[in-house]
Write a protein that binds this ligand. Structure first.
Ligand SMILES: Cc1ncc(C[n+]2csc(CCOP(=O)(O)OP(=O)(O)O)c2C)c(N)n1
Ligand SMILES: [Mg+2]
Length: 775
């Protein structure tokens, strides 16, 4: 087993340069932030009336652990251009800081975790106090900062406006258990490939997670992993008081003891306090007279303060570490030793994650701070005559100096029509590639603002044409060696600073988090980007939490997923997506379309570029296919465009209301039309967006687009719906006007096979449609 010594310090800390007066202010703020975060949670759980009897919750221990780090960060180290993802359960700390800075209201704190109040986890879209990055699902916030930093690099090379100021630092305050999430390593890997800069991850290394105490020596692994991926690691282990004790006679034994102390014992002694520390230390190292004298020199209270004076709770040590990293742009991981529940009765207890202080404990805590009953919400409660100086200090805080941090950007003009490929026979995937290829050849603002990305499926999702024309993005130019050596290839794979495609390795989490960062460029950096990401449709589920995270933050992007469904046929059952249409239907902030023809796709993409920029817009998901169709020879006028965007149109209206209809989405266009041709007078309803139809119906009921369309069909007439995906995607349409809809689709796992065999096996072929219609 490796010895339990600390990782050698590789960095001489830079003195923080903060004067004694300001240090006092920071210490006072640290005290207020810890109090206010505890009080906010206490108030929500014990004092706010509630009708439902449900637990409100909150994380007082997680907050206390992060208080010193966040005080040093927000009240000193952060500059206006920096952006932060705060570990989710430290949300009350963030809100308390914003409250002290005048950016958050008391009403919102009083309504913590209530409708309209401060959110349980920091939220860009739901909180009022300028959250930079939402967090909640652990692991995603830190990755977001990494990709935001890459987007900053992209923007600084593409947009003049971005070069005027120093780059911002993208910073994550990370819970140590977040490092168990695999997406963190996927992100680190990608960051290394892209020469990541200006990114700090500050690990709140309290060595406790939700269930218990984390493994001993985790810091070693963290240290090695980060260094391997090009990061600098700064370990913030001992506080100044501890360092001073180590320097005294007998101190080295104490230092050795701390280094060897298992995490669970340290946590237990922290919970038990001074007398327990003394007993244990005396038993372990008290035989050395100098050490015994050293320990005897502390009261129980002072001994406890000494033993919990970890680096992450020593303002000066933290400020030193931040000052060191601030000297350059090297990505930096801080391993900050902290105590979960620091200074509260919860400290160190293994069950403290969701633990709450009792009203009696809270009373004692309040009294110990000199805060009078009834004045708990006062920003400077208990601070006394230092308040005026503190207020003046807050007015000088750099983070707050430029006011609101959320930026805006001018919309990018979208032409009336996108280029329509003239081929007679095309799949939607090919049409997508051709439309982008044509856009890439135009010198337009739209083309300049599009940035594409793909997790190693650029070619197979038809982005190759665009990339050939617009190039790949990299900090440093890299020629295409195959081209230079005159080896024939359809692809140009040249990297330049001007390139507009960001290459990713195969990690769908990374794709969606990069899309989130690109799709928030207008609000974070003040420049509009129109990001398009391509992936295989089944792998949406691989990155689903990240996709949800992107949508939750209101990021604007176009996810183009292809191939999809069992139409992939012989290429493999494992890659046949079934439930993705339901994701399209169920995911807020994402407009899902599944067109069958190129003219529909061109109209949808054009609308998509506008929707990605509209105040009430959102992201777009296009479920495309590799199955080629003869393209209809038709007039695609404004009315048709409107219908396609609204989600559906009559490809062929029923001859009379009793004749019924076949409703289809996407590639089942062929089977739906063939079936209808065999059925006397049956109509064919093309649904280009089950999602848009559904949302509109939920909102406007009988005034909705689908209600208008389906009014052409009698209530007792036969109706069959069909798609290459889960049948529930369309079968709800029966509720609009009351027809009994037979929903066909795929609801078993896919298998390899030819298209005919598979369609027949899963009951979505022409004959199955006819049979369902007639049954
Ligand atoms: C993806 C995901 N899984 C599970 C959770 C539930 N959860 C919230 S916090 C937490 C443990 C966090 O521990 P750590 O990161 O060490 O935070 P701290 O000790 O600072 O509270 C867990 C499991 C979550 N928020 N996200
Ligand atoms: Mg922890």
């Amino acid at each position: 087993m490796a010895p339990r010594d600390e990782v050698p310090a590789t960095i001489d800390p830079t003195p923080h340069g903060v004067g004694a007066g300001d240090l006092t202010h920071l210490a006072d703020l640290e005290r207020q932030v810890r109090w206010l975060s505890s009080w906010t949670i206490h108030h929500a759980n014990h004092l706010r009336p509630k009708a439902d009897g449900l637990k409100v919750g909150g994380h007082q221990a997680s907050c206390a652990s992060a208080v010193t780090l966040m005080t040093a960060l927000y009240f000193h180290a952060l500059r206006p251009q920096d952006r932060v993802a705060v570990k989710p359960h430290a949300s009350p700390v963030f809100h308390a800081i914003q409250y002290l800075l005048g950016n958050q209201t008391r009403e919102n704190l009083e309504a913590f975790r209530a409708l309209g109040g401060a959110q349980s986890y920091p939220s860009r879209t739901k909180d009022a106090d300028d959250v930079d990055f939402s967090t909640g699902s652990v692991g995603l916030g830190p990755a977001m900062t990494l990709f935001a930093s890459m987007v900053q690099d992209y923007l600084r090379r593409h947009m003049e406006s971005q070069r005027a100021d120093a780059p911002g630092r993208m910073i994550a305050l990370v819970g140590d258990a977040e490092l168990d999430e695999g997406n963190m390593y996927e992100a680190l890997w990608e960051g290394w490939k892209h020469g990541l800069r200006n990114c700090w991850w500050i690990i709140d290394y309290n060595r406790q997670s939700l269930d218990g105490v984390v493994s001993d020596h985790l810091f070693r692994l963290i240290d090695r992993l980060f260094r391997t991926t090009g990061w600098r690691v700064i370990t913030i282990k001992y506080g100044k008081r501890m360092m001073e004790a180590f320097g005294r006679p007998g101190g080295q034994a104490l230092r050795k003891w701390i280094n060897n102390c298992p995490n669970d014992l340290y946590a237990a002694l922290t919970f038990q306090g001074g007398a327990a520390w003394r007993d244990h230390l005396m038993a372990d190292i008290g035989s050395d007279p100098e050490t015994a004298r050293l320990i005897a020199g502390y009261t129980d209270e002072a001994l406890h303060a000494l033993m919990t004076n970890l680096g992450g709770h020593c303002l000066e040590t933290v400020l030193d570490a931040f000052a060191t990293a601030a000297q350059d742009d090297v990505p930096t991981c801080f391993i900050a030793y902290t105590v979960k529940g620091w200074g509260l009765p919860l400290q160190g207890h293994k069950d403290n994650h969701a633990g709450l202080m009792t009203p009696e404990q809270m009373d004692g805590y309040r009294a110990s701070l000199g805060i009078d009953e009834g004045r708990e919400w006062e920003p400077f409660a208990g601070i006394g005559e230092k308040s005026a100086g503190l207020r003046a200090f807050l007015d000088r805080v750099p983070f707050n100096r430029q006011g609101p941090r959320r930026k805006t950007a001018q919309p990018v003009a979208v032409p009336d029509r996108l280029p329509l490929p003239d081929s007679k026979r095309l799949s939607t995937q090919e049409a997508f590639g051709r439309i982008l290829y044509d856009l890439a050849g135009e010198d337009t603002e739209l083309a300049r603002r599009i940035v594409t990305t793909s997790p190693d499926v650029t070619q197979s999702t038809n982005l190759g044409g665009w990339v050939n024309r617009r190039g790949l993005f990299a900090h440093a130019e890299k020629a295409d060696t195959f081209r230079a050596r005159q080896i024939p290839s359809a692809q140009k794979w040249t990297f330049t600073e001007a390139g507009q495609h960001m290459e990713l390795g195969i990690a769908e989490n990374n794709l969606f988090i990069l899309l989130a960062a690109l799709g928030l460029a207008h609000e974070i950096f003040g420049e509009r980007l129109l990001p398009i990401g391509t992936l295989y449709d089944p792998f949406i589920q691989r990155g689903l939490d990240a996709l949800n995270y992107a949508c939750y933050q209101d990021a604007r992007f176009m996810a183009v997923a292809t191939p999809s469904g069992i139409t992939l046929a012989p290429e493999g059952g494992a890659h046949q997506s079934i439930a993705t249409p339901l994701i399209g239907l169920g995911q807020p902030g994402l407009a899902y379309f599944e067109p069958a023809y190129a003219d529909e796709l061109a109209a949808i993409m054009r609308w998509g570029f506008q929707h990605m920029q509209a105040d009430d817009g959102g992201a777009v998901y296009l479920r495309l296919s590799t199955r080629a169709f003869d393209q209809p020879d038709r007039v695609f006028d404004d009315a048709m465009t409107k219908d396609v965007i609204a989600g559906g149109y009559w490809m062929k209206p029923p001859a009379d209301p009793d004749a019924g209809c076949v409703i289809y989405t996407g590639v089942l266009a062929a089977e739906a039309q063939a079936a209808a041709a065999k059925l006397d007078g049956a109509g064919v309803l093309a649904v280009t967006s089950p999602d848009r139809l559904y949302k509109d119906w939920r909102k406007t009921g009988q005034a909705s687009h689908i209600a208008r369309l389906i009014a052409a069909v009698g209530r007792d007439a036969p109706v069959v719906s069909v798609l290459d995906g889960h049948p529930a995607t369309l079968s709800w349409i029966g509720s609009v006007a009351g027809q009994r809809v037979q929903g066909l689709g795929v609801d078993g796992f896919g298998q390899c096979g030819g298209l005919d065999d598979l369609y027949r096996t899963y009951g979505i072929d022409t004959d199955s449609i006819v049979r369902a219609f007639e049954s």
